[in-house]
Unconditional design. Sequence first.
Length: 277
Amino acid sequence: MNLSFEVFPPKKDGSFDTAFEVVERLAEYQPQFISVTYGAGGSKSKKTLEIASHIHNECRTMAVAHLTCVGNTRSEIVERCRELEAHNVMHVLALRGDRPKDMPDEQYNAREFIYATDLIRFIRENSGLHVMAACYPEKHFEAPSMEADLAVMKEKQDLGVEEYISQMFFDNRLFYEFLEKARAIGITKPIHAGIMPLTSAKQLGTSVSLSGSSVPKALSDLIAAYAENPEDMYQAGIEYAAAQIADLREHGVDGVHIYTMNKPKVVGDILRILGGE
């Protein structure tokens, strides 16, 4: 089974050494690729480039740079693509991205890229980059229906997307249902299952609530039982994620993409459980 990881750039300019240590430790697990997130409106684009370049050129691991368009012009996207190519980073995850909090309505309404599909088309026409895209096992929150969301996913493939990374989910049954529907409408490209290890109760109020992912009873019971004990919560969260991944592996999924939160120890602990089965 192919494993891949997501990391994010440092918030402070002086923290690159730590970020490099994170990706170097993750690269030791020989993932298929490591993706690097991108700040709202491109606020961390230079940091994304620097981390992705280190992954590819120093760690000798495939880097996938997130590229968002909500706050960028066409000329800025061309510049980003040229910079990536100059550093031999040839894979991007093309996303619309979140609206920056300080972006006025006038600027938002006049943006040059409305949807991720617009960005995908533009990248394919103006660069030699390989394009990945996001997909949503429980439907994008703005989509009117799962069918409409799947149609957009199919459009992304038709525009040249080569692989997909899914939004995080905690119920594998929902992912399998999504996968069946996607294949039924002709989506043939690899789909990497997004797994977020919940190692602290507060993650429910941040990453999980923002993603819109549903929380099954087994996981909510686990959090209720261990929320007040950080060590037990950590271990229970690791075991839950490992069980998810083991089941996905048994079902022969294309790959598993772990949202690491820049914590290589989490990945190592999960892989130790999986290796001990």
